[in-house]
Design a binder for this molecule. Sequence first.
Ligand code: THU
Length: 132
Amino acid sequence: MEKLYEEALKAYHNSYSPYSRYKVGASILLSDGKIINGCNVENASYGLTNCAERTALFYAFSQGYRKEDIKKLLVIADGRPASPCGACRQVLVELMNPDAEVILTNLNKEVKILKVKELLPYYFSGEDLNEL
Ligand code: THU
């Protein structure tokens, strides 16, 4: 957890957030022990902003990892422990296992630990489309 925290903090400092000035870092622990980081990347066209959680998850998938490879996601922001937005929650249920751990934390190291399925009850998924 300490290593994952330190990595997420590095990503937090890499945040590109000139508009909101709200920095977010995310780190993914993979089953091979590797850690992948992401930060929020904003845009003058605000809607094009990418959240830290999605940056990290999309990067992991781009490297060939899949949901069964993802053990934990840690998210850090300043203020209350980081709380993933609704869009990110929907992406989490698609790209992570429902029982995978999500650690929400902040610069004071306050921690809240939840499962993916607890972040988005009654979630919509590929099963609803008879795809998976
Ligand atoms: N943000 C994240 O990166 N993750 C979240 O879960 C919540 C919001 C970012 C998006 C935007 O750059 C800034 O925080 C303010 O909304």
